[in-house]
Design a protein around this ligand. Structure first.
Ligand SMILES: Nc1ncnc2c1ncn2[C@@H]1O[C@H](COP(=O)(O)OP(=O)(O)O)[C@@H](O)[C@H]1O
Ligand SMILES: N[C@@H](CCC(=O)OP(=O)(O)O)C(=O)O
Length: 399
């Protein structure tokens, strides 16, 4: 039954209440808070705002739920203490600001949660932690144990040491990946705007969209990548996060930080995005959405068809060219002869080893180079098809 108008508005309040009850009943919730909600224009932490969120999360935990916090704000909280005029743009100063600001941030969380008798555990992730099997299992294990011990994990990207290539780049996406990693029942994205609007909220007459059953419903909505002075990615990365979460079976709510309690209670604030997909293996989700790819493998027609069929591994014989500097285990894109990216996968060879193997049968490789060279370049378990994004409601993006 679809009780929505084309605009994504529910027909009656009762219907909205029904769908929102998943948030109210969620036993494990990932909450992401953006820099714009945590730091004032002076580049110092907004302690009142942080305290407000902690209060809400502590109450949810006291009600028997488990809470995982993904917090931005390290870079922006470092601006004031370092005496910088604005958010730094160069990598080295951003790293320095993050290093200073993360300490401030986590110190403050520790103090505020302690007032409710709650311990926090800091986890700083890099994109690498999300693609290498051993590393994401490691992160998963630590998170599970923290939750079992009643600790609130406080997660951010490890900005002080991640290089540009290995960055998630935005915590919205990180939060969606974490919500899948911990098998959350819901994802709450807190920001400086009360949900997705039918136009950028600065535009007169822009209205909040309370419910989105499928992102395709809001494909025509205009969103900007530019957010507040301290945030990154604007609404574009939030919808990308929602796409990952809902596509993996986790419903999401996007709202104002001041509405956190109401959103968790299932009230009509912000935008509720219903889960559309089924839960998939963490490994496949992380290959599909984590880390930037490190190279491209160009396939011939037969290999592209085999890969698109969904069950085949990629063999050296079907590759015409390899581009990029990657090591075995890195994520790469698989490109069809017409230039479209058909899949992502973890490559099993270093870039320097590949040219000698390309276009050759596994039989010939075994004969000439020995065993170990007659294997898949990308094993089918390490390969995820690139799903078409247009039907998934890629929204209209402006700058
Ligand atoms: N259609 C839209 N609906 C709501 N917000 C939008 C839309 N398009 C752009 N935005 C902007 O996205 C911003 C939130 O992004 P950002 O500043 O990165 O937040 P955060 O720091 O919380 O991650 C809002 O302030 C808003 O101006
Ligand atoms: N990891 C960075 C935050 C990056 C980010 O996504 O920021 P935001 O758009 O405010 O959620 C930091 O702590 O400064």
């Amino acid at each position: 039954m679809n009780s929505l108008e084309p605009s994504g508005r529910p027909q009656d309040a009762k219907d909205l209440q029904r769908v929102r009850s998943v948030i109210a009943n969620a036993r494990r919730v990932v909450v992401k808070i953006g820099s714009s909600s945590l730091t004032g224009p002076d580049g110092h932490l907004d302690v009142e705002a942080l305290r407000g969120v902690v209060e809400v999360l502590a109450a949810r935990q006291a009600a028997g739920a488990q809470v995982v916090l993904v917090t931005s704000g390290a870079v922006s909280a470092g601006i004031g203490p370092l005496g910088l005029a604005a958010r730094p743009r160069d990598l080295a100063t951003m790293q320095a600001a993050a290093s200073v600001g993360q300490g401030q941030l986590v110190g403050r969380y520790q103090e505020e949660f302690a007032a409710f008798g709650i311990q926090i555990g800091q986890i700083l992730l890099t994109a690498e932690d999300t693609v290498r099997r051993a590393r994401y299992r490691n992160a998963q294990r630590a998170l599970e144990r923290l939750l079992a011990l009643g600790v609130v994990p406080v997660i951010n990207e490890n900005d002080a040491v991640t290089t540009d290539e290995l960055k998630f780049g935005d915590n919205d996406r990180l939060a969606a990946l974490v919500s899948h990693l911990v098998r959350a029942d819901a994802l709450l994205l807190l920001t400086d705007v009360d949900g997705l609007h039918d136009a950028p909220p600065s535009r007169p007459g822009a209205r909040r969209i309370p419910l989105v059953n499928d992102l395709a419903e809001v494909a025509a909505v205009e969103v900007t990548a530019r957010g507040s002075a301290v945030g990154t990615g604007g609404m574009v990365t939030k919808l990308e996060s929602v796409r990952i979460a809902t596509g993996a079976g986790v419903p999401a709510v996007l709202t104002l930080t001041a509405n956190a309690a109401a959103a968790l209670a299932g009230d009509d604030v912000g935008t509720f995005f219903a889960a559309t997909g089924r839960r998939t293996s963490a490994r496949r989700l992380w290959i599909a959405h984590a880390a930037r790819t490190q190279g491209r493998l160009h396939l011939d027609d037969g290999a592209a068809r085999a890969v698109l069929g969904g069950r085949a591994s990629l063999l050296p014989a079907g590759i015409t060219k390899a581009e990029g500097q990657f090591d075995a285990g890195d994520p790469v894109e698989l490109v069809a002869p017409d230039g479209t990216v058909v899949a992502r996968g973890l490559v099993a060879f270093d870039a320097s080893d590949l040219p000698a193997l390309l276009g050759r049968s596994t039989y010939a490789l075994r004969e000439e180079l020995g065993e170990g060279y007659d294997r898949e370049v990308v094993h089918r378990d390490d390969l995820v098809l690139d799903r078409p994004t247009s039907s998934q409601g890629r929204t209209r993006r402006t700058r």
